[in-house]
Design a protein. Structure first.
Length: 341
């Protein structure tokens, strides 16, 4: 894929409204919808533009909770009718039922992402802030598989959940997921620096994921830790991994376009500019697709083209999206050696 021309994945925050109160929430979700949300007509116009891109991106509708919008079915129809691979990442609230999953299947939704951050109720419900969320999440995951749709499990890794990874891996297998995305918490939104892993812990978790991925038939990937490409021993000549602005883009509920939901720097707004133009030509996206722009040890690293470090973490910690990634063990080891010497 030519990531200079089109992203592989667009995550679209339809609303910031949500009834959960997750401790790591990127969106800082709110109880009621924002008056700035894009209208259905505006969403349809953006979908027309996305459908014209080649290769055509996949669109994941998320939030907040997309079910907070009463026109969600119309939005799904608009996406599917344009032959866009359409997925939904809902919040698991009482509004999400097996009947809703069945209706999404009928509308043409191809995959659903469910968040599970622990293998037990005690871990997951504490992390998500609402008692009973774990049991409901398992019920909905089973409903997705029963409808013949692709199930993706998203798990956030923090100091609070990292020890649950092996049990989580087993649960993902039991639920018959086709993909497991492991999100390494970035200190943005409600998440604080104390909610994130240090560089050494990230490396340990990635090594475990590498070993685990060899034992299963489904896709295992890391988000917020592009060092996974190095861990997996991808050839240096291979193309870059999907990360902020590199095959990925995020549209906010009010139309701003970001490199990812974890890197809150706007490159433009779809109310005033075509999404395709923002993605292809904005200085921010062009900078992030150019490994020669990277600074510090990320710029010097042999893996800069297939990894490049997390730009979101670099920005969250240093205020500079091109700085070296403080979550990279290579940076951590070098800094430790410098302090000793």
């Amino acid at each position: 894929m030519n990531f200079n021309e089109a992203p592989h994945i667009i995550t679209w925050e339809l609303t910031r409204a949500c009834q959960l109160h997750c401790r790591h929430c990127r969106a800082r979700a709110i109880p009621r919808r924002d008056f700035r949300e894009l209208t259905l007509t505006q969403i349809q116009d953006v979908l027309d533009d996305i459908a014209s891109m080649r290769p055509k991106p996949m669109v994941i509708f998320t939030g907040g909770d997309p079910l907070e919008r009463d026109d969600l079915s119309d939005i799904i129809k608009a996406s599917v009718s344009r032959k866009i691979h359409t997925a939904i990442a809902p919040s698991v609230t009482p509004s999400l039922t097996p009947q809703i999953i069945k209706s999404w299947k009928a509308l043409g939704v191809q995959s659903v992402s469910i968040s599970l951050d622990g293998a037990t109720q005690a871990v997951h419900d504490r992390f998500r802030g609402v008692l009973g969320t774990f049991a409901r999440s398992v019920e909905i995951a089973e409903a997705v598989v029963n409808e013949g749709m692709s199930l993706q499990i998203n798990s956030s890794v923090s100091p609070f959940t990292k020890d649950d990874l092996p049990k989580m891996g087993r649960l993902v297998q039991i639920l018959k997921a086709r993909s497991w995305e492991v999100f390494f918490v970035i200190p943005t939104g409600r998440a604080r620096l104390a909610d994130t892993l240090d560089a050494r812990s990230i490396e340990t978790a990635l090594e475990w994921l590498k070993d685990y991925s060899k034992q299963v038939s489904f896709r295992v990937t890391a988000v917020g830790a592009p060092q996974f490409s190095r861990i997996m021993s991808r050839p240096l000549s291979q193309g870059p991994t999907i990360r902020e602005a590199q095959g990925f883009a995020f549209i906010s509920h009010y139309g701003d376009v970001f490199p990812s939901g974890y890197l809150p720097i706007s490159a433009g707004n779809v109310k005033r500019q075509l999404f395709s133009d923002i993605y292809k030509n904005s200085p921010l996206f062009c900078d992030l697709r150019n490994p020669e722009k990277l600074e510090g040890r990320c710029g010097e690293c042999a893996f800069s083209k297939i990894c490049g470090g997390s730009r979101a973490r670099a920005y969250a910690v240093t205020g500079n999206y091109l700085a070296e990634d403080p979550g990279c063990p290579n940076t951590y080891i070098a800094q430790t050696q410098e302090s000793i010497s």
